[in-house]
Design a protein around this ligand. Structure first.
Ligand code: PEP
Ligand code: MG
Length: 866
């Protein structure tokens, strides 16, 4: 049997999966000679076993044996003081293989008992400190292990402060804190969950509680949002306590080796004098910038600078580290690769490569491709902005406009109506994750740049301003006040997470400027990319934007959106109502001219690059007004409405998505097919005559049988006779088309996988309604992720792979693309990178597709020769 408990000093070389991120970081730091308090790690394997069986036989004996070693290393005894030697106290903390900040539980000062407090007071000659440590232990243990709500302890603390007329905790005396500890003890006793006055029982209780915290609701929510597997489990780190609250020469802080918001190089972080670590992370007190240490503790500042350099050289990435200073002595408590904004990720990757810390290939692999659209987030238009009414810390860049809300519940209520929100909180805690996820912006009154709100907002890519101290928030009353201004639920606010400024009302925003660093990174990435990247674009404006982002053509131009425009819809409706071939021809003639102009502009925007135009896809009745509206008008005597109503009733389908659409419609109403294709060919001819280089391709949607493709091809050939041929292809978006790929392939020049419909039909779910239950499926662990967002490799991916292999065999010249929403999602792009010729993504996600495709190329092996 492998060991399940390791001293930090023995754990070197073991994996992050086994030690968790925290245990791994600590053991690496210890090995690198950085000052780390001694401790031990209980592995994730033990946690998994505990969660499976409810117990791990023999584990606690192993822990005791290692604790004996810890006693030897520190020269202290667990829970027992002797004369001038204080008792050994430990922290018990969770640490999953993947960082989940603030999501799981921690207990500090563990090992203290009523006897231990006296010993600690004697040894430190500081009874106030001893009782303060004890009351903190009682509250944390009470919450994490014994299941009492944190507010109960906070309430008792507030009540005592009020009774003593104290404003800050620091104004309470040793006697007050002793009194508070006894109140906590009595309270826990009375609710039937007494605090164990035995250090070993405490230790066992805390370890098991950390194991269990893997499954608490906020940890689950976090895993769902970030797609972290449910079965990793957490490691537990038990480490000798060092104290940041022993006086003015003590303190605690958080450091980043580079700025996590901008990526700028330099020591960056926050420090709280005379405090314990949790005070910083919880954002309850606002700490001061590390810079300030230069003034009153220059040696410490210098030491931190050196530590930052060593950490970066050792871990070869930007580090986010926690430290404590105990009576002037620096200890590192944790380090991990720091969370960062998309902007910072790019800057750090590029600059580290330029500094020679990492290779260019590593730099390319380091940036999360799905985060790139966040780089292009807008900011407040400073020329048009009024004076901000409030200023806080710029915690997560980008500007947001939304209705003020003060609770998760209100955020959900607004989101359900499709309204954007700005979540306003006194500070945020992990409980607020739902609201933070849904909000367009986050504003808090308290907390620093490393507070929970800031870290989570950056991770989510939500613009945030934190620590706006002038703000007083009253969530229960649905209001907040600052500088004499009151903000109520529903009021519009604008915030700029890049500057920390907050405005009343909706302020105009400006689009983000192009990023030179991103261009550099993408230039490094390009040689590794084999997959082509095109864009889904239906308008000239989208086409131009996509081209600026590096799209190599249009992979999907949906033509239905063109039919919805105001000047066309009356003619579409006349087409639907047409009773004679002449009426139909007249309507089509008008639509032809509109379409031709649309196509010309788009072909021009993509001059020299392929543009795949898809013929009409939705059922015609989608172009009619809603039945109720028609009925009301018909009632009022409107003759056209009467006719439309009659048609609408006749054309109504129970399942329009599985109805009279795509190839079915085009083949049975061939005049529409001819009109669209002629418009495209004519547009291209005119452009070519004017000296341009149009490259149109035509594509038929929703086929399920080779006969349909054959008929469509014959229709197209009639026009090709007249205009000359262009590439002709079909979407593969029904499972049957994928199954019959070998028969379809010889009839076409290309396949384009419509993974939206293919997913819908492979799963037998409606893409329009699945939002009602798919998120819960993911939450419940039934699906690892939402298949409408990220391609399901197992099922839909299998259909795709099969169609690719059989299609290519039947037609070696077949070109293969993908144009569903998955075409701009990094994981899906990586999956198809060595299967297809190109992917097609919405304009902002073209960058994501380019980077993800290059990352796939890198992990697949050698780059294509330049
Ligand atoms: C698809 O089904 O994947 C597709 C691109 O077509 P649409 O989304 O228009 O149905
Ligand atoms: Mg489709």
């Amino acid at each position: 049997m492998t060991e399940r408990v390791y001293l930090l000093s023995e754990a070197r070389g073991l994996s992050r999966d086994l030690l968790g991120g925290k245990g791994f970081g600590l053991s690496e730091m210890a090995a690198a000679g950085l000052p780390v308090p001694p401790g031990l790690v209980i592995t994730t394997e033990a946690c998994r076993q505990y969660l499976r069986r409810g117990a791990v036989p023999g584990l606690f004996e192993e822990v005791r044996a290692k604790m004996a070693a810890l006693e030897g290393l520190t020269g202290k005894r667990f829970g027992l003081g002797e004369g001038k030697v204080p008792p050994l106290l430990v922290s018990v903390r969770s640490g999953a293989p993947v960082s989940m900040p603030g999501m799981m539980d921690t207990v500090l000062n563990l090992g203290l008992t009523l006897e231990g407090v006296e010993a600690l007071a004697r040894a430190t000659e500081n009874p106030r400190f001893a009782w303060d440590s004890f009351r903190r232990l009682l509250a944390m243990y009470g919450e994490v292990v014994l299941g009492e709500r944190a507010e109960v302890f906070e309430g008792m603390l507030s009540a005592l402060k009020e009774a003593r007329g104290a404003r800050a905790d620091a104004e309470l005396s040793a006697e007050d804190l002793e009194e508070l500890a006894y109140r906590y003890l009595r309270h826990l006793e009375a609710r039937g969950t007494p605090f164990p006055m035995d250090p070993w029982a405490q230790l066992q209780g805390a370890i098991e509680a950390v194991f269990r915290s893997w499954n608490n609701p906020r940890a689950r929510t976090y895993r769902r949002i970030y797609g972290i597997p449910e079965d990793l489990g957490t490691a537990v780190v038990v480490q000798a306590m060092v104290f940041g609250n022993l006086g003015e020469d003590s303190g605690t802080g958080v450091g980043f080796t580079r700025n996590p918001a901008t990526g700028e190089k330099g020591l960056y972080g926050e420090y709280l004098r005379n405090a314990q670590g949790e005070d910083v992370v919880a954002g309850v007190r606002t700490p001061e910038p590390l810079e300030r240490l230069k003034d009153y503790a220059p040696t410490l500042y210098e030491e931190l600078l050196q530590v930052a350099g060593r950490l970066e050289r050792h871990f070869r990435d930007m580090q986010d580290f926690e430290f404590t200073v105990e009576r002037g002595r620096l200890y590192l408590l944790q380090t991990r690769s720091g969370k960062r904004t998309a902007q910072a990720a790019v800057r750090i990757a590029v600059e580290m490569a330029e500094e020679g810390l990492i290779s260019k290939e590593e730099a390319v692999m380091r940036v999360e491709a799905n985060a790139l659209p966040g780089l292009l987030r807008p900011s407040v238009d400073r020329d048009k902005a009024p004076r901000p009414f409030l200023k806080g810390l710029p915690a997560s860049p980008g500007a947001a406009v939304g209705h003020a809300v003060f609770t998760n519940e209100a955020t959900e209520r607004y989101a359900a109506q499709g309204l954007p929100t700005v979540l306003v909180r006194p500070e945020t805690t992990p409980e607020d994750i739902t609201g933070m996820y849904l909000a367009k912006g986050i504003l808090t009154a308290r907390g620093g740049l490393t507070s929970h709100a800031a870290v989570v907002a950056r991770g989510l890519g939500v613009p945030a301003v934190v620590g706006a101290e002038a703000l007083k928030v009253f969530p229960e009353e649905g209001r907040a006040v600052a500088e004499g201004v009151e903000v109520r639920e529903g009021d519009l606010l604008t915030l700029d997470g890049g500057t920390g400024e907050v405005y009343l009302g909706a302020v105009p925003l400006v689009e983000a400027a192009g990023e030179a660093l991103l261009e550099k990174l993408l230039a490094w990435a390009e040689p590794f990319r084999r997959l082509g990247v095109r864009a889904n674009a239906d308008t000239p404006e989208d086409a131009r934007r996509a081209r600026a982002f590096g799209a190599e053509g249009i992979g999907l131009c949906r033509t239905e959106h063109m039919f919805f425009q105001e000047d066309r819809i009356p003619w579409v409706r006349r087409l639907i109502l047409a009773e004679t071939p002449e009426e139909e021809a007249l309507a089509l003639e008008r639509l032809f001219h509109f379409q031709k102009e649309d196509f010309k502009e788009i072909l021009l925007a993509m001059d020299g690059l392929p543009v795949t135009v898809r013929l009409l896809d939705p059922p015609l009745h989608e172009f009619l007004p809603p039945l109720e509206e028609l009925a009301a008008k018909a009632e009022g005597g409107d003759e056209e409405a009467k006719r439309l109503l009659e048609r609408a009733r006749a054309m109504r389908e129970a399942n329009p998505m599985l109805g009279f659409r795509g190839a079915r419609l085009l083949l049975l109403r061939p005049a529409i097919f001819r009109m669209q294709l002629r418009a495209l060919l004519e547009a291209a001819r005119e452009l070519k005559e004017a000296g341009h280089d149009p490259r149109p391709e035509v594509m038929v949607p929703l086929v399920a049988d080779p006969k349909e493709v054959e008929r469509a091809r014959a229709l197209a050939e009639e026009l090709f006779q007249e205009y000359g041929p262009i590439p002709f292809g079909t979407m593969i978006e029904t499972p049957r088309a994928a199954l019959l790929a070998a028969e379809i392939a010889p009839l076409v020049d290309f396949f384009s996988f419509g993974t939206n419909d293919l997913t819908q039909m492979a799963f037998g779910l409606s893409r329009d309604d699945a939002g009602k239950f798919l998120p819960r499926y993911v939450e419940e662990g039934l699906f690892p992720f939402d298949p409408t967002e990220r391609l399901d490799e197992k099922g839909v991916g299998r259909l795709l792979r099969m169609a690719v292999e059989e299609g290519r065999r039947a037609n070696p010249r077949l070109k293969l693309g993908l144009c569903g929403e998955h075409g701009g999602e990094a994981g899906s792009v990586r999956f198809v990178a060595d299967l297809l010729d190109y992917t097609s993504a919405s304009p902002f996600r073209v960058l994501t597709a380019r980077l993800a495709a290059a990352q796939a190329g890198l992990s697949l092996g050698a780059p294509e020769p330049a």
